[in-house]
Write a protein that binds this ligand. Structure first.
Ligand SMILES: [Zn+2]
Length: 349
C-alpha cells in the first residue's frame, strides 16, 4: 500500500503564566495529506476549547440579518423569474433549469467560462440541520444536467466543480442558500494539483489513489464514517479546513457518467455532513466537488467532495482563514479527525 499517513511530533516550550509561570511544553502533532502533502497541526492544548477559535453560533443575530436582507433578495418570493440572467436558448431552451424548489441560472459576474448559480430552495435562511436530502438531490441533479449540456456544446470545457459558500464568513455575498457550478478549460490550482498527483500515483503504483484511500480508510476504520451507494464518507486525515469531511466516488470520477443513485448518494452525504456540523456548533460552510476531466474515464481519477466549516456568523466575527491557512496552506486541528469520525458515525447510525 503506497498511502502513507505521515505524522511528526514536536513540543512548544514556554513559561506559562496560566500554570504558575512554570515551564510548559505543549505537544504538537504535524500531519501531511497522503496525496498532496498539505500540513495540518493538532495541538491537544486547544482540544475542548473550540470557542477560542470558533465562538458559538448566534441564531438571533443571524435571524436579524436574514430579516434585514430578505426584502431585497432577488431570489425570494419568485423574484428570480424577473431578476436572474438566462443562458442562450441553444444551451438551455427558456434560459434556466428548474427542478422542485431549485433553479439554475447564470452568475451575473462569472469567474469560469460557464458559472451557474442554483437557488437552493425558497427559504431565505436555513440552519445547517435543515438542508434536506431531497432539496440537495434536485440541485445536484440540475448540476449534472447542466454540465452535460455545456460539455456537449463545447468539449474544451473539461474542468467542472460544484461548490457552495454559505453565509458571509464563508465568502457568500448572497444570503439566500445557493450552489455554484463552475466549468472552464483551465482547472483551479487545487484541481490541477489533485489530477496530477492522482495520475502520478497511478503511474507509480498501478492502482487508483482514490480506491486505495477508501480501502485503507475502510479497513482501519478510525476516520471512516459511512458509504452510500458508490460513495464513501470519512474525516480527512490532514484537513484543509475546519472539520473537513471528504466524500469519495472512487469508481465514478467522471461526473457525466453519474446516474440517479450517485446523485442521491451525494445529496445524502452532504445533508448528513451539514447536520453533523450543526451538532458540533457550526453554522457556515464551504464545499467543492471535483470531477475528473469531463469525458475522461481514466481509472487514475475519482470524484471527491471536500466540506469544511467556516467561522460562525456573529457580530465582528474573526476570519478562520489567516496567514497559516491562506499563505502557508496549513490548517489547525482542534479535534482529531478520528474523534470527529466517532461522533459522525454515531449520527449516521
Ligand atoms: Zn432570499
Amino acid at each position: 500500500m503506497a498511502i502513507e499517513f505521515w505524522t511528526f511530533r514536536s513540543t512548544a516550550p514556554f513559561v506559562n503564566p496560566l500554570k504558575n509561570w512554570e515551564l510548559d511544553e505543549q505537544v504538537l502533532e504535524f500531519r501531511k495529506d497522503p496525496l498532496l502533502g498539505h500540513v495540518s497541526i493538532f495541538s491537544p492544548a486547544i482540544q475542548g476549547k473550540k470557542d477560542i477559535l470558533f465562538p458559538a453560533p448566534d441564531p438571533a443575530y443571524v435571524q436579524s440579518i436574514a430579516d434585514a436582507t430578505k426584502p431585497n433578495c432577488f431570489l425570494c418570493d419568485g423574484k428570480w423569474e424577473r431578476m436572474t440572467p438566462k443562458y442562450p436558448d441553444d444551451l438551455i431552451p427558456g434560459g434556466r433549469l428548474v427542478k422542485g424548489q431549485t433553479v439554475l441560472f447564470p452568475n451575473l459576474f462569472p469567474t469560469a467560462s460557464y458559472h451557474a448559480v442554483i437557488m437552493l430552495g425558497e427559504s431565505h435562511y436555513r440552519s445547517l440541520d435543515n438542508f434536506p436530502e431531497d432539496l440537495l438531490k434536485d440541485a445536484f441533479g440540475l448540476s449534472v444536467d447542466f454540465l452535460g449540456r455545456v460539455f456537449k456544446k463545447n468539449s474544451e470545457m473539461l474542468y467542472a466543480t460544484i461548490n457552495a459558500n454559505y453565509l458571509p464568513p464563508a465568502g457568500s455575498s448572497v444570503f439566500h442558500p445557493h450552489v455554484q457550478i463552475l466549468i472552464s478549460p483551465v482547472p483551479s490550482t487545487h484541481h490541477e494539483r489533485v489530477l496530477e498527483a492522482s495520475r502520478r500515483y497511478y503511474d507509480q503504483n498501478g492502482r487508483s489513489y482514490w480506491k486505495d484511500l477508501v480501502d485503507v480508510e475502510r479497513s482501519k476504520g478510525e476516520r471512516y464514517v459511512a458509504n452510500f451507494g458508490g460513495s464513501h464518507w470519512l474525516m480527512a486525515f490532514s484537513p484543509i479546513g475546519a472539520n473537513e469531511v471528504l466524500g469519495v466516488f472512487p469508481e465514478k470520477g467522471n461526473i457525466l457518467r453519474w446516474g440517479e443513485d450517485d446523485i442521491t448518494a451525494l445529496a445524502r452525504g452532504v445533508s448528513l455532513s451539514l447536520k453533523f456540523y450543526h451538532s458540533l456548533g457550526f453554522s457556515t460552510f464551504n464545499f467543492s466537488l471535483f470531477s475528473s476531466p469531463l469525458g475522461d474515464d481514466s481509472p487514475c481519477y475519482g470524484a471527491f467532495i471536500r466540506l469544511v466549516c467556516r467561522q460562525n456568523f456573529v457580530p465582528h466575527y474573526r476570519t478562520d482563514d489567516y496567514y497559516l491557512q491562506k499563505l502557508m496552506e496549513n490548517e489547525i486541528i482542534s479535534t482529531p479527525p478520528e474523534e470527529l469520525a466517532k461522533v459522525f458515525r454515531g449520527m449516521v447510525g
